[in-house]
Write a protein of this length. Structure first.
Length: 516
């Protein structure tokens, strides 16, 4: 493993992903972790991440005691580079001139990290302080007009530092720098492949579940599908999947889970048709948070009931149902370890909120993976592309994309419009460039239109295509005009109740991705 020591901000996750793209496993550890604990993980290399602090600030995070004396090859990036320089007797200065964005570095001595790369190359910088004098024993390998020590290394001690960010795409040769560090400086081997990940995960699940049974809630999303497929490979028919059809799904979704997923995996599926129940619980409700709470509550009740039935059917057998499978991903694990209480913007729900008296042990085979890795794993496991590349879809479903009361008629209208938008996006070959593409029905708004010489008084829908890395932030997607036009024409022609199509051009923040 390669440890990425997190000094704050979002840089650490990106670095960990890039290391994994080199087929080397990496994990993120907080900079407060004692060095013995880090070494217990037997790292082949250590990377010190960037961070928002200045090494001069009171309380600025520093390298844990002894981190630079472990003998494990270590690379400091940005703030990590400054921490390294300062701790070893170099000079870090508060400079008048900051460097933000694209900057050219001049390579002085290729060293290990920059060997074979152009003498002048663009990198991404984001700093105010800089290292003006490298510690004794270090060779300065690159500088910029502003930063005298843009890169440095001490091969004997296995210590390397770069002021720029090799992990961001704007650093043209960033991946080469990382590869040089991992493979040449640290002697890592590129053996972390999807095949190995799948095999190891299946082994680990077998060891954990033993001869017992497990259940898994399927949402139709890629995470629960891949988690279920892995567990199914490991324990076969001792896994039962539960799929709750709450009637708030998109067109074709229930069929996709019932047919495609079962066909690809052979999993045992327990489908609960709870459409009536959800619709009556939602009758008359317009407030977004109330909708979310009702759906979360009903979902848990239905799921719990199904789980009880499955448990009852097998209780007393040698293979009791003891385990619940969840598609928890690495960012959730890292973020919940972060400790900082984020504000409750919206009450998200998934199967996580099961009551205490339903005691299951958790199986979380995706705990160490990022979303794109989960997709690659899904492909490795032979899941169909419609499942692997499906856009994220919220648990409360179309209910939070109908602004106003949720009724069966409104759901039908939105389902049609949504299907058209998705169909056209796929036909344009843009599925994988777009993170998500909600279509929102403004059910209580009407506007005047004209169609076939007569006046119409229909509802608008909002197209909300966004690009994103992780849904924490998002940008509105610049879809081609002719695609937008095709979607607009088809929706207004084919969905009688809709006579106007608008596009949401708000980024997140300040908007959220969903409207409710
Ligand atoms: P927002 O609207 O907060 O959404 O920008 C961020 C991401 O989360 C999804 N989302 C949910 N997912 N249960 C889920 O499983 C929920 O209750 C829920 N609400 C929002 C949203 O689709 C986007 O991907």
């Amino acid at each position: 493993t390669v440890l990425v020591v997190d000094f704050g901000a979002q840089y650490a996750q990106l670095i960990a992903r890039r290391v994994r793209e080199c087929n080397v496993f990496s994990e993120i550890v907080p900079c407060t972790m004692p060095v013995e604990e880090m070494l217990a993980k037997r790292p082949k290399a250590i990377i010190l991440s960037g961070g928002p602090a200045s090494v001069y600030e009171d309380g600025a995070p520093s390298a844990p005691e002894g981190l630079l004396e472990t003998g494990v090859p270590t690379l400091g990036i940005c703030y990590g580079h400054q921490v390294m320089a300062q701790a070893l007797g170099g000079v870090v200065e508060n400079s008048d001139v900051a460097e933000y964005g694209r900057t050219d570095i001049e390579v002085i001595d290729g060293g290990v990290l920059l060997s074979g790369l152009p003498a002048k190359q663009p990198v991404w910088m984001s700093h105010r302080d800089h290292t003006s004098v490298a510690p004794e024993g270090f060779t300065v390998t690159a500088r910029t007009a502003v930063t005298p020590v843009a890169a440095m290394e001490n091969r004997e001690r296995g210590l390397y530092g770069v002021q720029f960010h090799p992990e961001v795409v704007h650093t043209e040769h960033g991946m080469a720098v990382l590869r040089h560090f991992l493979f040449e400086a640290a002697g890592c081997r590129p053996n972390w492949t999807m095949l190995n990940i799948a095999e190891e995960a299946i082994e680990a699940i077998r060891a954990q579940v033993g001869g017992k049974r497990a259940i898994c809630g399927l949402s139709g999303g890629v995470d629960s599908a891949v988690a279920a497929a892995l567990v199914q490979r490991a324990i076969g028919s001792r896994l039962t999947c539960v799929f709750v059809d709450h009637g708030l799904l998109r067109k074709g979704e229930a069929e996709q889970v019932e047919k495609d997923f079962v066909a690809a995996t052979g999993v045992q599926l327990h489908v609960v048709d709870a459409q009536e129940r959800f619709l009556s619980a939602l009758a008359g409700v317009t407030d977004p948070e109330t909708k979310r709470k009702i759906i979360g509550r009903e979902f848990i009740r239905v799921f719990e009931q199904a789980a009880r039935e499955i448990v009852a059917a097998h209780s007393g057998e040698d293979d009791d149902v003891e385990f619940l499978v969840q598609g928890t991903l690495y960012p959730d694990v890292v973020e919940s370890g972060g400790g900082t209480g984020a504000a409750n913007i919206k009450s998200h729900h998934n199967v996580g909120g099961l009551p205490e008296d339903l005691k299951f042990k958790l199986v979380e085979p995706l705990r160490t993976l990022f979303k794109d890795e989960v997709r690659a794993l899904g492909e490795q496991l032979g899941l169909p592309p419609e499942i692997v590349w499906r856009h994220p879809f919220p648990g409360p479903g179309l209910a939070i994309r109908i602004i106003g009361e949720v009724t069966r008629e409104r759901l039908d209208i939105l389902r049609e419009a949504d299907a058209i938008a998705r169909e056209e996006l796929s036909a344009a070959g843009l599925d994988r460039d777009i993170w998500q593409f909600p279509v929102v029905l403004l059910a209580d708004v009407r506007s005047v239109g004209v169609q076939g010489d007569s006046r119409t008084y229909g509802h608008p829908v909002v197209l909300r295509p966004v690009t994103s890395e992780d849904a924490m932030t998002a940008d509105w997607a610049r879809l081609p005009y002719d695609l937008l036009q095709r979607i607009s024409t088809r929706i207004t022609n084919e969905v009688r109740e809709i006579n106007r199509v608008v596009v949401d051009i708000t980024s997140k923040p300040p908007g959220t991705i969903e409207w409710e």
